[in-house]
Design a binder for this molecule. Structure first.
Ligand code: HAM
Length: 425
């Protein structure tokens, strides 16, 4: 019996080269950049106890209520595929109690059962950082600086930084009361969904992207006008710091983000080249109460996550495709078989040169054609005569120079000399 070939599940995708080369470049840049800001790599499991997320985000959040992949394992435990990175980092912090400040970066797949469309997937990938143990507006601005630097380095420029403060356990409930009273007066003008559900979490109405709700929330009371003195001072300092760092921003009083754990500074970086309903390339904020919600010690925290797929879609729609195939340094064309060829390839690679070979004894013409497709800069041609004479024919492929013969013991040196010469031109 034959079966239909299987495909990747809806909302997931394979990343093949050359797309994967763009991922590699962004991730590599982020790892370097995070190190400069003092972050160390953290790796945590993709599966977690499902209660981590229901406690951390609040049962009323869309991620927990509608989007989480939850399953029972063979031992009867209720596990979830991680929908984001922050809760796992805080769980790891509580479990291991590293000294604070604890600053980590991560690269993780994230799973959300959403309706798949361009820029929204059921498995997406985030690069992010979390800093635990310090509650300082200077750190908030520094984290925003890191997020902006990462996004700009990927090639995006048509972006906007939105910032807001979510207040704290003192001032937020007061504001929620004011907002609730305002929304109660405007229920009739809300979107179908929020006419029914607005009172469950009034703050979510601020996040709603429908024209109806946006018209209502345009004139809603603003949280910035209800911050307590401590939150107000912190938010003012964040803004001063951003100005000093030369980072332009827009105050967006409706930026409440999708998780209940946020306190004080929240931010999002949107791309104007993406469809407005999912134009956030990255987002984050402070979550000073999350450790306690998860039964850990009181520990302030802040971080962000950048969606890699979103970032690349935005780069494509801005035309900011900043990547070229670096090609291969050396192609070994072998016309006969000898173990010496394997040794030469090994030595060249260990000397730092990328090497490809055919493994099959195809014609020289076919092999050189393949070398061209790989973008090889040099071909080393080795036939029976060369092996007997302990020689190699070095054929420059990126210049019109004539090919010539080199003694086996000088191949690596000569290869390096030619590559260096072209680099300088
Ligand atoms: P988030 O805003 O839910 O925040 O996700 C961060 C980024 O991941 C978004 O800005 C977006 O680029 C990308 N993203 C989210 N959902 C999808 C999806 N379904 N398909 C494609 N891309 C998506 C968080 O996850 C927080 N953990 C960020 C954070 C870190 N806050 C504090 N620390």
């Amino acid at each position: 019996m034959t079966f239909e070939p299987l495909r990747s599940p809806a909302g997931t995708h394979d990343v093949l080269w050359p797309q994967s080369a763009r991922w590699e470049r962004i991730i590599g840049d982020f790892a370097d950049r995070a190190r400069l800001y003092g972050y160390k790599l953290l790796i945590t499991p993709v599966i977690e106890d499902a209660r981590l997320f229901s406690r951390g985000f609040g049962d009323a959040s869309d991620v927990v209520g509608k989007e989480m992949y939850v399953f029972e394992d063979r031992g009867g435990r209720t596990l979830a595929l991680r929908p984001e990175g922050t809760a796992s980092v805080v769980r790891a912090y509580i479990q291991h109690r590293p000294a604070t400040p604890w600053k980590v970066w991560y690269l993780t797949p994230a799973f959300r059962y959403e309706r798949p469309q361009a820029g929204r997937y059921r498995q997406h990938h985030q690069i992010g950082v979390e800093a635990l143990g310090v509650d300082s507006p200077e750190q908030d601005a520094e984290i925003i600086d890191l997020a902006m630097g990462t996004i700009r380095a990927a090639g995006l420029s048509d972006i906007e930084l939105l910032v807001n403060s979510m207040g704290c356990e003192v001032c937020r409930p007061v504001y929620e009361g004011v907002l609730r009273a305002f929304l109660a007066e405007n229920v009739h003008a809300m979107c179908d969904y929020h006419r029914e559900h607005w009172s469950e979490v009034p703050l979510r109405v601020l996040d709603c992207k429908t024209g109806e709700c946006r018209a209502v929330t345009d004139s809603a009371p603003r949280i910035s006008e209800h911050l307590c003195d401590a939150c107000m001072t912190a938010f003012d300092t964040v803004q001063t710091e951003l100005q000093v760092l030369g980072i332009t921003y827009t105050l967006e009083h409706r930026l409440v983000r999708g998780f209940d754990y946020y306190t004080r500074t929240t931010f999002e970086i949107i791309s104007h080249s993406l469809n407005a309903s999912q134009n956030a390339v990255g987002g984050g904020g402070r979550y000073n109460g999350l450790s306690e919600i998860l039964s850990g010690p009181p520990t302030p925290g802040i971080g962000f996550g950048i969606g890699l797929e979103r970032l690349l879609v935005a780069c494509d729609s801005e035309g900011a495709v900043e990547w070229h195939d670096p090609g291969v340094d050396v192609y070994i064309a072998e016309l006969g078989r000898d173990t010496e060829v394997s040794l030469l390839a090994h030595q060249l690679r260990n000397a730092g040169y990328s090497v490809e070979r055919s493994y099959e004894n195809k014609s020289l013409k076919a092999q050189l054609r393949y070398a061209g497709r790989l973008g090889a800069r040099i071909a080393l041609i080795i036939g029976d005569r060369e092996i007997a004479e302990r020689e190699v024919i070095l054929k420059p492929l990126v210049s019109k120079d004539e090919q010539f013969t080199v003694g086996w013991d000088r191949v690596i040196q000569e290869t390096g000399r030619w590559l260096e010469k072209w680099k300088k031109q």
